[in-house]
Design a protein around this ligand. Structure first.
Ligand SMILES: C[S@@+](CC[C@H](N)C(=O)[O-])C[C@H]1O[C@@H](n2cnc3c(N)ncnc32)[C@H](O)[C@@H]1O
Length: 201
């Protein structure tokens, strides 16, 4: 299995979207950091903004079980326990590159406590938990903390092997009319707009 989970083209887009949010308040989060290869790129971009923290979340136990929403004729890969890596591998990568320490939380997303385990405000979130329940839970944790004009990028939106990602995105958008979707490469880029502007428009 190749180690890089996100293509260079996609990481270029992710970093460009991240940079647009630097004018906003709030920290940066990645749900599903795996070995931290994209995390270090986020951290590199954040270097000029030392007031912003990078928060990384992963089970570090690999993927959970798929649910019915993840079933796909195209997909037999992505099994429970795949993509297991030690949190120390991620921490070591940051030290080696002399990047500021991120906050690393080892937990299943559904066990996270929004008050204690997440920043109070978020300007940018990368959701890369692969499966429907993982992405849905990530949305539920991030959305209440996302500042206006903050951005959520979701990986695998067009990945037919991981249909749960698009399903979770589409459901979220149906329930939240003030979030606007753009597609770029295989990424769903979702921007939060103020609710009152939505009401006037
Ligand atoms: C595709 S990898 C992430 C790749 C990473 N973003 C990158 O760019 O290299 C998906 C990760 O999500 C984690 N994950 C998936 N569902 C999870 C859940 N419900 N709770 C915690 N971690 C989860 C897995 O452990 C795995 O490391």
């Amino acid at each position: 299995m190749k180690d890089l989970q996100i293509s260079t083209r996609e990481t270029d887009i992710i970093i460009r979207e991240l940079e647009q949010t630097f004018v906003l308040d709030g920290d940066v989060v990645e749900f599903g950091c795996y070995a931290g290869d994209t995390s270090v790129l986020l951290a590199e971009a954040l270097k000029q903004h030392p007031q912003k923290w990078l928060w990384l979340y992963d089970s570090f136990e690999g993927l959970p079980e798929k649910t019915a929403e993840d079933s796909s004729a195209a997909g037999w890969r992505f099994k429970k326990g795949e993509l297991k890596v030690d949190a120390e591998t991620v921490a070591h990568k940051f030290r080696k590159l002399q990047l500021p320490d991120p906050v690393i939380k080892k937990a299943w997303f559904q066990d996270l406590d929004a008050d204690n385990d997440l920043p109070s405000q978020i300007c940018f979130a990368l959701l890369d938990g692969d499966f429907y329940e993982s992405i849905k839970t990530s949305f539920a944790l991030v959305a209440p903390k996302l500042v206006d004009y903050g951005v959520i990028v979701v990986h695998d939106y067009r990945n037919q092997e991981l249909p749960g990602s698009a399903r979770a995105v589409n459901e979220f958008l149906e329930a939240h009319s003030n979030y606007k979707l753009r597609l770029s490469s295989g990424l769903a880029i979702i921007e939060k707009h103020p609710l009152n502007v939505e009401a006037q428009g």
